[in-house]
Design a binder for this molecule. Structure first.
Ligand code: ARG
Length: 608
């Protein structure tokens, strides 16, 4: 299937974000002053400032570049401006820059690019300030107070599959990112599928198996998936059973106590199984299943009807939306409700009762059209702003399939669906085996071994998922994700543990060093590390406004690489004349790494 990045373009970078620690934004402010002076008659000049990457070829000439000259030249062409071309505009931009401690030097390159070399003292001070004031001062501020991430959301009595695992991992990270962006209330909502026709069939089968309801204990119906399969067989084979199952749905929905009790028992068993997964992943959701919204459906559909959105089609009640030729089915032909009906009501509830400003839905990409139609229907009704970037807004975050090594949908060897708990336990078990083989672990307590293998095992599963662009399909492979080389959580956790051990080896109290020491970035690799640390605020902003955890993973991996392969290889820390400054750089790196781990839902490890 065409799962390219074209299937979902990220929302544009919100200009509302307040992110004072962003180097890019600080430079943009300085360049704004200069642009105003350079072309005073031009309105709406937006400073185009970007970090220099190897790709733009600027890496040798500067840290950032300002790319306004060409655009200004093409606007000015024909007018009497006194400029001879983009380079002369570039030169004027340089000349008009207000004095700033940020900038060491500027140079002109190519057709008018202005390259900026930052002052290394300024970089050092920035890192130093983070150490004294805390990394939360590096958080941007989103202009909203209440957000929700609707994720995980497995279906009761059906299996919780790897797709739900991806949703759980990605959704929790997005929630953490919104929290770090100072959104006051971030709700993690579990929209479990606890309503629908499958319950009629399940309950009826249960009653058949246990004619005496006292016998319906949780242990008796322990294996819900088997129960589901068996009842589905009955449903498909026996028309008489099918009829009873359909009546059971009506009895359940009308509140019959016996049917409601059976339904609750079934939900409780599923929930206990889901919780085992959440507990391992350290994820806490607030459950509000589909059933909750059932009473709201008629009212919401009536309102939509009054607005003239609801049409009759083949006996069903439908809503047409822009650019999609099939309608959204709000009420089925038989008068029943479906997945869509529930989502109409739940979105209405979230906007009107919960007053949410940003609602993020995390599901596999296969549901993209569902959400596209849902949001469009709300826009048609005037219940969401027409501009997708204006709050309140809704965003669907889709992700690709999880594949096995054979390139097919991920299955266990017996071609049964994989039990998520088993999958996570396997990751932990493998880590434990690898840990026990190391001679450094001989004096570790059993408890330590357990904790650390959980941190690495579950962390590896999460990271393998988060590091790839979420739209692409993802191949689940234990050997790859648990390798200690390359872009894996294991490598990153090792790098962090190494930094901690360097600090320990120095024998210094790092809090004391922080109080009295200064960072100096004289060696080029010290400067490189300091510079990359200062990139955190703007990289995080990009990851958060586009809801892309992979951006954060790339940053983290590069940070670990710069630390290990450049800084630590070329700059002796303990026992060197620069020890104090270098210890502070180690500490700053560890702090930024831990913040990244936290945002990715990974438990850090301090020794390995
Ligand atoms: N239960 C659905 C599934 O398993 C996901 C629900 C997503 N959330 C929503 N509001 N529709 O695919």
């Amino acid at each position: 299937s065409p799962l390219t990045s074209k299937t979902q373009s990220p929302p544009t970078l919100s200009i509302d974000i307040d992110n004072p620690a962003s180097v890019k934004r600080q430079l943009a402010q300085i360049f704004y002053v200069s642009l105003k002076a350079t072309v005073p008659d031009e309105e709406d000049v937006v400073p185009l400032v970007d970090v220099c990457t190897a790709k733009t070829g600027g890496v040798k000439f500067g840290d950032y570049q300002c790319n306004n000259a060409m655009g200004i030249w093409s606007k000015l062409k024909g007018k009497e401006s006194g400029f001879r071309g983009p380079p002369s505009i570039g030169q004027a931009i340089i000349n008009n820059l207000p004095p700033s401690e940020m900038i060491d030097s500027c140079s002109l390159a190519g057709p008018g690019f202005v390259n900026v070399v930052l002052s290394k003292n300024w970089i050092a001070q920035g890192v130093q300030r983070m150490l004294s004031d805390g990394i939360d001062t590096w958080a941007p501020r989103l202009p909203i107070k209440r957000a929700m991430v609707d994720f995980s959301s497995p279906n009761i009595a059906k299996e919780m599959h790897v797709g739900h695992l991806r949703s759980t991992i990605i959704g929790d990270t997005l929630a953490r990112m919104l929290e770090f962006s100072r959104v006051e209330l971030v709700t993690r909502r579990n929209h479990v599928g606890d309503w629908g026709t499958q319950f009629g069939m399940l309950i009826e089968y249960l009653f058949e198996k246990f004619p005496n309801q006292e016998d319906v204990s949780e242990t008796a119906i322990g294996d819900l998936q088997a129960l589901y399969k068996a009842s589905k067989l009955r449903f498909d084979d026996d028309p008489e059973f099918k009829l009873r199952a359909q009546q059971a749905v009506i009895l359940l929905q009308s509140g019959n106590p016996r049917y409601r009790k059976a339904w609750q028992q079934i939900c409780a068993i599923s929930r206990a199984e889901f919780d085992k997964v959440y507990q391992r992943l350290g994820v806490q959701l607030e459950e509000m299943g589909e059933s909750f919204y059932n009473p709201y459906i008629p009212g919401v559909i009536e309102q939509l009807d009054k607005l003239g959105l609801v049409e009759e089609s083949d006996g069903a009640r439908v809503i047409y939306v822009e650019g999609v030729n099939i309608p959204l089915i709000a009420v089925k032909r038989d008068g029943g409700y479906n997945y869509f009906s529930t989502d109409l009501a739940s979105l209405w509830y979230r906007l009107n009762k919960e007053k949410l400003e940003w609602i993020v839905y995390v599901t596999d990409i296969g549901q993209q059209q569902h959400f596209d139609m849902l949001f469009k229907a709300f826009r048609r009704a005037g219940w969401l702003p027409h501009n997708e970037n204006v709050y309140p807004k809704c965003t669907h975050i889709g992700f690709g399939l999880v594949l096995g090594d054979d390139g097919k949908r991920f299955r266990s060897r017996s071609s049964e669906v994989v039990r998520l708990v088993d999958l996570l336990d396997e990751a932990k078990r493998r880590c434990k085996t690898a840990l026990l083989e190391r001679d450094t672990t001989s004096d570790w307590s059993e408890e330590e071994i357990e904790k650390i293998s959980e941190a690495i095992g579950y962390g590896a599963v999460k990271y393998a998922d988060l590091k790839i662009n979420r739209l692409t399909n993802y191949t689940f492979n234990f050997d790859q994700m648990l390798s200690d080389k390359g872009n894996t959580a294991v490598y990153l956790l090792y790098a962090h543990a190494r930094i901690c051990s360097i600090i320990r080896k120095s024998g210094k109290d790092i809090e004391e060093v922080k109080k009295n020491g200064y960072i100096v970035l004289d060696h080029e690799d010290e400067r490189l590390l300091g510079f990359h640390l200062l990139q955190f605020p703007e990289v995080f902003e990009e990851a958060c406004s586009n809801l892309l955890p992979s951006v954060l993973c790339d940053y983290l991996y590069t940070l670990a690489e710069i630390f290990t392969k450049k800084f630590y290889s070329n700059c002796q820390v303990v026992g060197s004349p620069e020890e104090t400054s270098r210890l502070l750089l180690c500490e700053a790196t560890a702090i930024v790494m831990r913040k990244c781990f936290y945002l990715l839902g990974i438990e850090p490890v301090y020794k390995l």
